[in-house]
Every structure is written in structure tokens, then in C-alpha cells.
Unconditional design. Structure first.
Length: 270
């Protein structure tokens, strides 16, 4: 298998594993999402792999994008320019979403092992999986409005389908952190285990899936997720337009600063 910079990739029996290795918070950028998508492409081409597990090192599963890091922003701009395709003139966030849609186009079931916080786009990454195994210590948050921002990573499509429109609205409008126990009650996660057993629990579930017919799995999953990637792509196009507009506001700058300083934001509506 290919060796990647920021993820560890292995094959255990009929299960492929991807471990994000940017502890402690596992912030993502275009490069990380691209690596995950590339690994899933490899799994799809490997006839021996029937399911996969997405996990992470550190205390967070994925804390989303680090908006307060100028170096990250400059790197993303450089990476987008290197690609040289027509979408690049729409900016690095757009290119990140192009890579994110590739994750939704993966053909085989994915189990996410959410051992800590899944925040913002990190929640979007967790929700891109078919199932989530989590623990009481985990926190799930669509904290975009607390940043003065609009939800992204296709969450305006995926989250309502998973937990219902009204619960999704509650998460979007409050930016509250949902506990592991609440996540299971809402259907945001499928299994609750002790924190130290999250990855093992995800492996057990993926192993159970992998005992089934590979052709039957591919066929059934294609039916169940029909057009999902296309709907996510359409959603991210709209999400990007709103994010681009709001990114230029004073409230977004204040939201990012308040988050960094761990205080309530003083929003002005401009």
C-alpha cells in the first residue's frame, strides 16, 4: 500500500484502516482530505478489502479547519495553485470540497472511530462514514454559526438525513457540543463504548460487515447511498458561496478570534 504523509494505512484481514496522524487536534486541510480519499480509492481497487475504519491519533477525532493559522491558509492556497485545474480560481476551500466529494464516492462501507471531538468540518468527515463508534468523552459540534460562518463539508445534506431536520437545525443554530451519549440517542453515532475501546469497537463492526458477500455489499451500499455524492457536491457548491460571502465579514473575524481566546463573541451583524 501507498505510504502517506499524514495518515497511516493498513490492511487487517478484509478491513482497511486509515488513521489520521496530526495529533492532538487533527486539523484538516486539502492535503489531508486528499490523502484519505486516495487511501479509500486504493481500498476500492483491492478486492480483498470489504470495509474500512477511519480513526485518529490524539485527543480529537478531527477539530475541523484551523482558521486561525495563517501558515495553513498559505499552504492551502499553494496546493490549490499546484493542481492547475479550472476549479482552482474558486479558492482552496472549493478544492477541499472537491476532495471531500471523493470520500463520498468511495464504494465500500466506512466505520468512523470517534474517540474525541468531531468539530465543524471534522463532524462532516465523521458523518461521511456509514457508521460511527464513539464514547462518552466524544463531542460532536457543527460550530459554524459560532464562528460567524455557514456549515460546510456537505453537512446541510448529510446531517438532516442522519438525525432529522429539526435536530440538525438545533446543532446548526446553537453550535452546541453533543455528547457521545446524546449522539447515540439521536442516531448521530451507532455504538457507545469506553474511550479506550473505540477503535477496537469500530474494527469489530467493520469485521462484522466484512463477513458478508463483497458483491452484495457493493450492490446494497450503491443502492442505499444512490446519488449521495452528487447531492453533497451540489450542497458544497452552495455552502462555498455562503462561506465565501461570510468570510469577508467582521463577524467572521470576531468569531475566529473569540474562539481562539475562549470567550463569547461580540457579534455586530456586519
Amino acid at each position: 500500500m501507498t505510504t502517506f504523509k499524514d495518515i497511516g494505512v493498513e490492511k487487517v484481514g478484509h478491513v482497511g484502516t486509515i488513521e489520521i496522524r496530526r495529533p492532538p487536534l487533527n486539523f484538516f486541510d486539502i492535503s489531508l482530505i486528499n490523502q484519505i480519499a486516495d487511501a479509500l480509492d486504493e481500498f476500492d481497487r483491492d478486492i480483498e478489502i470489504r470495509a474500512s475504519v477511519l480513526s485518529a491519533q490524539g485527543k480529537a477525532f478531527c477539530a475541523g479547519a484551523n482558521f486561525g493559522d495563517p501558515a495553513r491558509q498559505a499552504q492551502e492556497a499553494r496546493e490549490a495553485e499546484k493542481k492547475g485545474d479550472p476549479a482552482d480560481n474558486l479558492g482552496p476551500i472549493n478544492h477541499l470540497y472537491i476532495q471531500a466529494v471523493r470520500i463520498f464516492r468511495a464504494k465500500k462501507p466506512i466505520v468512523a472511530a470517534v474517540q474525541g471531538a468531531a468539530i465543524g468540518g471534522g463532524l462532516g468527515l465523521a458523518v461521511s462514514a456509514d457508521f460511527r463508534v464513539t464514547c462518552p468523552e466524544a463531542r460532536f459540534s457543527a460550530n459554524f454559526t459560532k464562528l460567524g460562518f455557514h456549515p460546510g463539508f456537505g453537512l446541510t445534506v448529510t446531517l438532516p438525513e442522519l438525525i432529522g431536520k429539526n435536530n440538525a437545525e438545533l446543532m446548526f443554530y446553537t453550535s452546541r457540543r453533543v455528547t457521545g451519549e446524546e449522539a447515540v440517542k439521536w442516531g448521530l453515532a451507532n455504538e457507545l463504548v469506553p474511550q479506550e475501546q473505540v477503535k477496537a469497537g469500530a474494527m469489530k463492526l467493520a469485521g462484522e460487515i466484512a463477513e458478508c458477500s463483497p458483491l452484495g455489499l457493493l450492490s446494497t451500499r450503491a443502492t442505499m447511498r444512490a446519488n449521495l455524492a452528487d447531492r453533497v457536491m451540489a450542497a458544497t457548491n452552495h455552502e462555498l458561496a455562503e462561506q465565501t460571502r461570510l468570510r469577508a465579514t467582521e463577524d467572521f473575524k470576531e468569531g475566529v478570534k473569540a474562539t481562539e481566546e475562549r470567550r463569547a463573541a461580540n457579534f455586530k451583524g456586519r
